[in-house]
Design a protein. Structure first.
Length: 224
């Protein structure tokens, strides 16, 4: 999977490129993340990419020209890339959406700042808007990193031998509880079945716990 990220803050992405699951995916050549500094596509000497909003009001708006030129540049080497604008107004990110997007070869992520982008970018250059939730954050970068991580975990072999099949939401329910050494701490004991070595019993216990967890914490999933 190739990710191209259009941003005013490319350095923010070093946190996922250099550490953890995504860094390992990059090392294994299963992923690539190319960042594009939007100011490099400005056509004025001050490298501005935003201007005041027509109609007045506080806050600047990101202009069409630099964004369009940057997307066109990316499309020279990835003509079929799906262009996603991170936006609180977009389709809400879910496990299902991340899984669907993980089947693509190339995704371009447009990170907004200020009041967002000129609406003509959304109408003409963007294929889809994605939201990470019903709240507003200050820029699309954190949202893009959430999306990259959620998608990357669904790409075969990115997680290595770590198993995401039982992760919360993968089967419409939450994960089961996990325990590690020591067996007893401050009087709290690991459930005995997990020490039994009887895999069928352990699997049944975990399935039961996953259902209980879902009923207790996320009744909305049970209804679905
Ligand atoms: C301050 S926000 C602009 C919000 C915009 N005025 C609105 O109310 O719809 C700046 C940028 O942060 C990003 N952003 C903010 N909240 C987001 C969310 N929930 N999901 C994805 N991106 C978000 C978008 O890229 C947006 O252009």
């Amino acid at each position: 999977m190739r990710f191209d990220v259009i941003t005013l803050f490319p350095e923010m992405f070093s946190s996922i490129k250099d550490e953890g699951v995504i860094a390992r995916g990059i090392k294994k050549c299963l992923l690539s993340i190319n960042t594009w500094q939007l100011r490099d596509f400005s056509n004025n000497k001050h490298r501005n990419i935003d201007d005041a909003s027509y109609g007045g009001g506080a806050g600047m708006v990101m202009q069409v020209q630099p964004i369009r030129d940057c997307i066109n540049k990316i499309k020279q080497t990835s003509p079929n890339t799906k262009v996603i604008y991170l936006s609180p107004q977009g389709e809400k990110l879910t496990h299902k959406l991340a899984k669907e997007l993980s089947t693509l070869d190339s995704i371009t992520l447009l990170c907004g700042r200020y009041e967002g982008v000129d609406e003509r970018v959304i109408a003409h250059d963007v294929d889809m808007e994605v939201s990470i939730g019903d709240y507003v954050i200050s820029g699309g970068e954190l949202a893009a990193m959430v999306l990259i991580d959620a998608i990357s975990r669904q790409i075969p072999k990115v997680l290595g031998n770590q198993d995401s099949l039982n992760d919360s939401f993968a089967n419409g329910q939450l994960d089961y509880p996990h325990y590690t050494r020591p067996e007893i701490i401050d009087g709290q004991q690991v459930p005995e079945v997990l020490l039994s070595g009887h895999q069928a019993k352990i699997d049944a216990w975990r399935q039961n716990q996953a259902i209980n967890n879902t009923q207790k914490k996320r009744k909305d999933l049970v209804k679905k």
